[in-house]
Design a protein around this ligand. Structure first.
Ligand code: FAD
Length: 562
């Protein structure tokens, strides 16, 4: 049955219809109301909640967030009272007639189908989990985590089936957040990941620290292996996950975290342009190929801020900013989206991992190549003299020769996201590593250092660009070409060193210069790169041909992951 509820749209009151009531849709609705008291704004959401905290779902499963109501950022009643926005829950938009500017909607409670016309339509339908077509995929006990209902189903299954063993398929950020929370419940977990690393947005040497940490915490890690099939255990209790490499993992529950794909069915049906990555194509004003339709959030592909290539990066912050931009543009303000940097953070069982901008992997795959260099450093998250300093591993990528910051990745226990947020903002402002050197940051010993890790990253990179500290990476160390010099203390050397290295501790270096070859390049390292920098300067000023190995001995084991 089809029934029209259309209202006049030429009354000077723009009629704004929004599909999807979470990050992008809700922020669009609220912003639109702040810009116009006249607009009629209706939000359609096929689920039973508006504006819920999807990012909180893993923590709800893990009982860190104890009550479902705490996930509800707002309600239809609050939307009505505060913003005069009508929210229609359990109303699914079925189709768009862009010529007539009409949508068809189904009330999922009554099965009534009706039509609404619009002056402006905003699509924020999000993304849906990628569900691999594998034998046994429909077995009970296999879940995805996307909605509050999914979380409740998982929680019920864990309790009712007395779950002990879980296989998490996919080691991206949703998978890892789930691992942390399931482990908090005392469950035993194995991750199966097709790629040779977890967190695919990171470079492998940074992901390695996460992998070591997960293993140390007792998480099983099957990398470079995928799932071949799921089958019911003979006892009918539990599932057997068979991997492509032939391993059989017995478990009571499987969580699929194999990525998400943009929800484009409505857009495709309406004939809107779909991009090369299968996201809705929009311009910088979030306008689709139809001038009356805007689209935001996980469903759209947008330009990467740095490379300007099309990207699909499903994150809440960009979705909500894009919702705001769409509302601005609909109501006559010329806001535009600058592009996405993919700034993200994830907590992994006591470690924080965060990144922004382009990784080395992405830089290597760009169509328009950007000449770049990278540095590694491992500073404490605050002054070393104050108790409790924890090491942060930082990788900074920058263009050569101008030093423009291209990306950064960091992992550590404390203070990680603060550094990445600063670098993220620096990237937005087109800053260089020379700007990071000069950045003024707050400092007291329990929070940072007079030379903050961000300054240090800038200084290390700037030293490279100025030629003060020629750089070498472990993977480029050719032992036949270089004389390898370790300038750490003898005890450090004894506890572990790189094969073939000669130990001349920094304090004795000036007195022992005659032991060094004049006719061979010297590659120098210390623990993290600072003492070797001092050594590099001494050697350069004494006429030696020398390179400082980035990240020192700490980076050595990650440079050649086994
Ligand atoms: P969504 O928030 O997914 O909203 C889309 C809504 O549209 C859905 O509720 C859907 O029901 C509705 N809808 C779709 N089609 C229709 C239709 N035809 N009619 C009516 N309604 C429709 N991001 C971060 O930045 N940080 C995090 O820590 C983080 N953690 C996450 C953890 C989990 C478990 C998940 C699943 C996501 C996480 N994200 C995180 C990603 C973030 O939630 C999304 O990027 C963001 O919600 C996208 O917003 P959106 O408006 O595009 O889509």
């Amino acid at each position: 049955m089809s029934k029209a509820h259309s209202q006049a749209s030429d009354s000077g009151k723009p009629r704004i219809l929004i599909v999807g009531g979470v990050a992008g849709g809700a922020s669009c609705a609220a912003r639109a109301r702040r810009l116009s008291e006249k607009a009629e704004i209706i939000l359609f959401e096929r689920g039973p909640f508006v504006s819920f905290a999807s990012c909180g779902l893993p923590y709800y499963v893990g009982e860190v967030i104890r009550e479902e109501k705490n996930l509800l950022v707002t309600t239809p009643e609050i939307f009505k009272r505060r913003f005069n926005v009508e929210v229609r829950l359990r109303n699914e938009v079925l189709s768009i007639d862009k010529t007539e500017k009409v949508i068809e909607v189904k009330n999922l409670d009554t099965s009534e189908i009706y039509k609404e016309n619009y002056d402006a339509l905003v699509l924020s339908p999000g993304s849906s989990p990628v569900i691999p077509h594998l034998p046994g995929i429909d077995l009970p006990g296999i879940f995805t985590l996307r909605t509050i209902q999914d979380s409740n189903r998982i929680k019920t299954w864990i309790t009712e089936k007395e779950v002990r063993q879980v296989v998490v398929v996919g080691g991206g950020f949703i998978g890892l957040e789930a691992v942390e929370n399931l482990a908090n419940l005392g469950l035993s977990i194995t991750i199966v990941e097709m790629l040779p690393q977890v967190m695919p947005n990171l470079d492998p040497e940074i992901a390695l620290r996460l992998q070591e940490h997960l293993s140390a915490k007792g998480i099983g890690l099957k990398l470079s292996d995928g799932v071949k099939q799921f089958s019911q255990a003979p006892s009918k209790k539990g599932i057997i996950v068979t991997t492509r490499l032939g391993e059989e993992l017995n478990c009571d529950m499987v969580l699929l975290a194999t990525g998400v794909k943009p929800e484009i069915s409505l857009a495709r049906q309406a004939g809107l342009e779909i991009g090369e990555l299968n996201g809705i194509r929009v311009d910088s004003h979030m306008q689709t190929s139809d001038k009356n339709i805007w689209a935001v959030g996980d469903a759209v592909e947008v330009r990467n801020f740095i490379s300007r290539e099309w990207s699909l990066i499903p994150l809440a912050g960009p979705a909500s900013r894009q919702g705001r931009i769409a509302a601005d543009c609909i109501l006559g303000r010329q806001s535009s989206f600058r592009g996405i940097q993919g700034t993200n953070v994830c907590s992994v069982m006591g470690l924080t991992v965060s990144s922004t901008g382009l990784s080395e992997k992405t830089l290597a795959s760009l169509k328009n190549k950007i000449p770049f260099e990278k540095v590694y450093l491992h500073p404490g998250h605050h002054a070393g003299y104050y108790p409790g300093a924890k090491m942060i591993t930082i990788k900074l990528l920058f263009s050569v020769p101008d030093g423009k910051i291209l990306g950064a990745q960091a992992v550590g226990e404390e203070g990680v996201e603060k550094r990445i947020d600063i670098i993220s903002m620096a990237i937005q402002k087109g800053a260089t590593v020379f700007d990071l050197e000069e950045a003024e940051m707050c400092y007291a010993p329990q929070f940072g250092s007079a030379k903050d890790p961000v300054n240090m990253a800038g200084m290390v990179a700037a030293n490279v660009l100025r030629g003060d500290s020629p750089l070498l990476h472990w993977k480029d160390l050719d032992s036949s070409r270089y004389y390898l010099l370790d300038v750490r203390e003898p005890l450090e050397f004894k506890l572990g060193h790189v094969e073939g290295a000669t130990n001349i501790p920094l304090p004795t270096l000036r007195a022992r210069l005659d032991e060094l070859p004049k006719n061979k390049e010297i590659a120098v390292y210390c623990a993290a790169g600072q003492r070797s920098y001092y050594a590099t300067r001494i050697l350069i000023l004494n006429g030696f041909d020398v390179k400082n190995i980035s990240g020192g001995f700490t980076s050595h084991k990650t440079a050649k992951p086994e």
